[in-house]
Design a protein around this ligand. Structure first.
Ligand code: GTR
Length: 463
């Protein structure tokens, strides 16, 4: 594989290992070269069970060295590649040649920060028109209704509320619930300090505060967040827009469009969920003592894709944290490693705008790639995380997106990760406005991930 790419603005520190050398090193450490068909019969359940069943036991050699950084476990790659009838590539050596679209655009030799707002607006439009879709132009009335106190799983350290967000267009109304917890102690002094806030986009089961213990929920560890002094809110994606191909009429998109057929560039569920994250932020900034300079949006997998897009659309989010967000999230689409555009748009046609389907098996025609989504967040902060057994999400592609977004951070006076060699397993890398870790284990958002993320958030908010 050769990655053809030129920097227009050179990162402050050049990578220690060039991409070409790194690729050669990877290629020589892996012997498998697969040939893949484009049979799209492989489904999500297969993907997950495949990852689950792969041999990743104690005898598995994890290739991590200080100099080379993380590499996919060769046995896991071999196990995934050996499955017959699957069209997906997990072999780094078989990643196709690709050329990434420039972050700053053409004629960028003397590009200045003053030109960034126009460039950013153009990029945002491209992502809307080709990937996530355009949100409706109408502005609804939005109301918040306090429903009840939410059970405090932290044993008295938090104040929990159940709130209903009501969205009104004329006589019609749509509503979705969310929970918000704030640290009790920090709000009880005579002049309480504004709090940092984390909004979690929850694509798993709605956490039941009655049964949730502060230790039990790794996906949303309220106790950990409260102990760190953070307020935290959560909503469930399907309460906003059902996570089903046939859920359009029951969700917020159907509500806005009065169930008119979707246009080629109309918003998908990921964008609708991101819109909901912004409404939760509206509530928190208006009715809670939240510091607007210390807000984060967090999501895992489809929620991670959403977190990045939510923060691209809504600059009030100061940090986006995308956990194992993969294809359509942080991973570079042109690498076609693990999940592909063809597969994601056929398995989840409701997530993106319909036009994205036209790039199936033609990723090189896409006017954007996902490093530019990371760039849209600059100079704010972005954190990307991967899991070593989650090759479906393409950890290297997730990492390289940050590296390739560097020109935007540098242009805007921020440092960011520029070393194209990945960090070793379980050793987070935080550089300037960007952070990354790859932890051992499978596809999930865990307490371990949150701990690394909170370290990053604290360092960003301390600046
Ligand atoms: C998978 C999908 C991924 C990821 C994941 C998840 O089935 O292929 O893109 O979003 O679901 O959300 O857990």
């Amino acid at each position: 594989m050769i990655m053809k790419h030129k920097w227009h603005v050179r990162p402050a520190r050049r990578p220690f290992v060039t991409r070409r050398l790194l690729t050669a090193a990877l290629a020589s450490s892996m012997t498998m070269v697969g040939i893949f068909s484009n049979n799209l019969s492989f489904n999500s359940a297969n993907a997950q069970s495949l990852l689950g069943k792969a041999d990743t036991g104690a005898d598995t050699e994890i290739r991590t060295t200080e100099s080379a950084g993380w590499q996919a476990d060769a046995k896991l790659v071999a196990a995934l590649q050996a499955r017959s009838n699957h069209p997906f590539n997990y072999d780094e050596a078989a990643v196709p040649d690709y050329e990434l679209p420039d972050v700053l655009g053409a004629a960028t030799e003397d590009f200045t920060a003053a030109q960034w707002p126009d460039r950013r607006a153009a990029l945002l439009e491209q992502f809307r028109g080709h990937v996530y879709g355009r949100r409706p132009q109408v502005t609804p009335e939005v109301f918040f209704e306090y429903e009840a106190a939410a059970f405090d799983p932290t044993g008295g350290k938090a104040i929990g509320k159940r709130v209903r967000c009501r969205i009104r267009l004329g006589e019609r109304e749509f509503a979705f619930p969310f929970l918000i917890y704030t640290p009790r102690q920090s709000q009880q002094s005579a002049s309480p300090e504004p709090m940092p806030l984390v909004v979690l986009i929850n694509n798993r089961e709605f956490p039941d505060p009655q049964t949730m213990s502060p230790e039990a929920s790794g996906f949303w560890p309220v106790g950990l967040l409260i102990d760190a002094g953070f307020a935290t809110a959560v909503f469930h994606t399907s309460d906003v827009d059902p996570d089903r191909a046939d859920g359009y009429e029951q969700g917020i998109r159907g509500f806005f469009a009065e169930n008119a057929p979707r246009g080629d560039e109309s918003w998908g569920s990921l964008s609708a969920w991101g819109w909901a994250a912004s409404r939760v932020l509206d509530f928190a900034l208006k009715y809670e003592n939240i510091d607007p300079q210390r807000t984060a949006v967090v999501g895992h997998s489809r929620g991670g894709k959403t977190a990045l897009w939510a923060a691209a659309e809504d600059p009030r989010f100061q940090i986006a944290y995308a956990n194992e967000s993969g294809c359509g999230g942080a991973a570079l689409s042109r690498r076609r490693y693990g999940e592909t555009i063809a597969r994601i748009t056929s398995a989840f046609p409701h997530w993106f705008c319909p036009k994205l389907t036209t790039y199936s098996d033609q990723e090189d025609r896409l006017p954007v790639d996902q490093h530019q989504l990371i760039a849209l967040l600059a100079p704010r902060s972005v954190y990307v995380a991967s899991a070593a057994e989650d090759l479906w999400a393409d950890p290297r592609g997730e990492y390289l997106s940050i590296v390739e977004a560097a020109p935007a951070f540098e242009l805007l006076g921020k440092t960011s990760i520029t070393d194209s060699s990945m960090p070793p397993l379980d050793q987070p890398r935080h550089v300037g406005a960007t952070g990354y870790h790859i932890r051992p284990g499978k596809h999930n958002l865990t307490r371990h991930d949150w701990q690394y993320f909170l370290q990053f958030a604290e360092s960003q908010f301390a600046e």
